[in-house]
Design a protein around this ligand. Structure first.
Ligand code: CTP
Length: 215
């Protein structure tokens, strides 16, 4: 079984020395990649900039921007059976990327943003019957409802609902706590634990769907 995972943040550059981004550490996506490898899957990991060692035995592709992530995910999509979009993709990028460093006196008072593509939605629209597509939902309110809406809107098989309002779990922490929701209406709460354990539970829970769909 072949598995494609995205991890980490994206960087959206203003000029060569400034960007906007988010606090994603990549730990959850890297833990998922290892858990998939432990299940004997062949794993490709598309990673934004993170401070984590290169995982062993995993095909690693490094990208920076949302547009680069889109290109990498789309080009690997077809050959994979299980696709997990764990990256914290920036929804917007500055409409202008200056080629030269802006001096402080030249820096604009306002920056205009453009919407980045919704990579997961694009993948959902291309999904084949034998592919399993999993998304994450980073939420601060109305967590389960919002996650369910994203599951439908993006044509996913599973979504991992993540409460990112708590400081001790999620984003850069080693700990996470999630609820897994399937397109068939299954709901499974995975209580607070190290990301490695959460990743193993996520993979173990979705593995039967993979076996069913892929073979
Ligand atoms: N995602 C994506 N491309 C984007 C934004 C998000 O592929 N431009 C993916 C994320 O990797 C995640 C899922 O979509 O798997 C949900 O991301 P989230 O940030 O929770 O929600 P959004 O779809 O961006 O919606 P909103 O910001 O309105 O909550």
């Amino acid at each position: 079984m072949r598995c494609l995972i995205s991890a980490g943040p994206t960087r959206e550059w203003i000029d060569p020395v400034r960007f906007i981004s988010n606090p994603s550490s990549g730990k959850m996506g890297y833990a998922l990649a290892k858990a998939a490898k432990d299940l004997k899957m062949e794993v490709s990991l598309i990673s934004g900039p993170v401070n984590l060692p290169n995982p062993q035995g995993i095909h690693l592709v490094r990208i920076e921007t949302a547009l680069e992530m889109q290109e990498a995910m789309e080009s690997h999509f077809e050959e994979n059976d299980l696709i997990i979009m764990c990256a914290a993709v920036c929804d917007h990028r500055p409409s202008v990327r200056y080629e030269m460093k802006l001096r402080k006196d030249e820096f604009p008072d306002r920056i205009i943003f453009k919407r980045n593509p919704d990579i997961l939605k694009i993948l959902g629209s291309k999904k084949k019957k034998n592919q399993v597509l999993v998304g994450f939902a980073a939420e601060t309110a109305d967590i389960l409802n919002s996650a369910q809406n994203k599951l439908k809107a993006k044509n996913l098989d599973w979504i991992v609902a993540n409460d990112v309002s708590k400081n001790d779990i999620g984003f850069s922490s080693d700990i996470n706590e999630v609820t897994l929701i399937s397109a068939d209406g299954l709901q499974k709460q995975i209580p607070s634990n190290k990301k490695a354990k959460i990743a193993k539970e996520i993979l173990d829970s979705i593995y039967p769907t993979c076996l069913e769909k892929v073979h």
